[in-house]
Design a protein. Structure first.
Length: 314
């Protein structure tokens, strides 16, 4: 009887799962930090791509406006040429072939002179026609190409915006977990109170600006003056030094001169994560950067991760 009871109990356990499965341990603070950092880095990559696409889209719009303005005078000239052609066509229609032939035969000038005059008129007319045709065709083709490019870029911006929204939603969840673990969702920043290095030239102005931004919070797509993303900070720092940089890490990489790590000087840019992040070198193995969502601008080691490359503003 006791054996039967044990067998029945064993079957009951097997069928119902009476032994509760091991509970999943709550993520540690270190695991949460890694998840938040990864999500932040992924989002920053999307934001930098978004910034780059906005630059490209703005350029397309500017090119389209410039094209329309440049074709204005050409279109006006073609209107005149078209009017001239209408007059000639109307005259030929009224006079007919015989009338036109009479003009050739009965003019006061010699036949050769008359033929030369008509040939010149013909060449002028044909040149006007060719110019009108070529300009109109070129205008239509370029405008169509710009429209295709603009539509493509708008679609890409929409896609990037959707990705950004998704990752921001993921970050919101992670921040809630962080608040549970740490009692707060984000870090707090404070301004720099140390000594700002005295660096000559425009690089010194850029570095000084970066020091002044320490403590300000990260914000996606922001170029200041109260918040920054990574490329927004570096572009603003160099704007303070009189140099223009695009608001995008990859574009800044293309706009700067390559230097080696051994040749780094204060003011140079340090790029990370396959051009997904950028900071400004301030000397002594340190950079200042707007790192990620929920964090302030900081001065920290150049070795926060393996650098992708280095650029000098010229």
């Amino acid at each position: 009887m006791r054996l039967r009871t044990l067998v029945v109990a064993g079957l009951a356990i097997a069928i119902t799962g009476s032994f509760a499965p091991a509970a999943h341990a709550a993520p540690t603070s270190g695991e949460l930090t890694k998840k938040i950092e990864k999500a932040s880095n992924d989002l920053e990559d999307v934001v930098e791509s978004f910034n780059k696409m906005k630059i490209s889209l703005d350029k397309t719009k500017a090119d389209e406006k410039k094209l329309a303005e440049s074709l204005g005078p050409a279109k006006a000239a073609l209107v005149v040429a078209s009017s001239q052609m209408k007059v000639i066509a109307a005259s030929a229609y009224k006079s007919g072939k015989v009338g036109t032939m009479n003009v050739l035969l009965e003019g006061n000038e010699g036949l050769i002179d008359r033929m030369s005059i008509l040939e010149q008129i013909s060449r002028t007319q044909q040149r006007d026609i060719d110019t009108f045709s070529a300009t109109a065709k070129d205008y239509d083709a370029r405008q169509a190409a710009l429209k295709v490019t603009q539509d493509k870029q708008a679609a890409e911006v929409k896609e990037l915006s959707a990705r950004k929204k998704k990752i921001e939603g993921d970050l919101k969840d992670l921040y809630a977990m962080r608040k549970t673990a740490y009692g707060k969702e984000t870090e707090t920043g404070s301004s720099y109170t140390g000594t700002v290095p005295n660096i000559a030239g425009s690089a010194g102005k850029a570095v000084s600006f970066a020091y002044g931004a320490i403590g300000l919070m990260y914000e996606y797509g922001s170029g200041g003056p109260n918040t920054y993303d990574c490329s927004g900070l570096t572009s603003a720092a160099w704007a303070a030094a009189g140099k223009s940089l695009p608001h995008n890490a990859a574009a800044q990489y293309s706009a700067t001169k390559r230097v080696s790590r051994s040749d780094l000087a204060a003011g140079d840019l340090v790029f990370y994560r396959s051009l997904g992040h950028v900071g400004i070198y301030v000397g002594g193995g340190m950079i200042i950067d707007a790192s990620h969502a929920g964090a302030p601008v900081k001065k920290r080691s150049i070795n926060i991760m393996t650098p992708y490359g280095y650029g000098r503003v010229t």
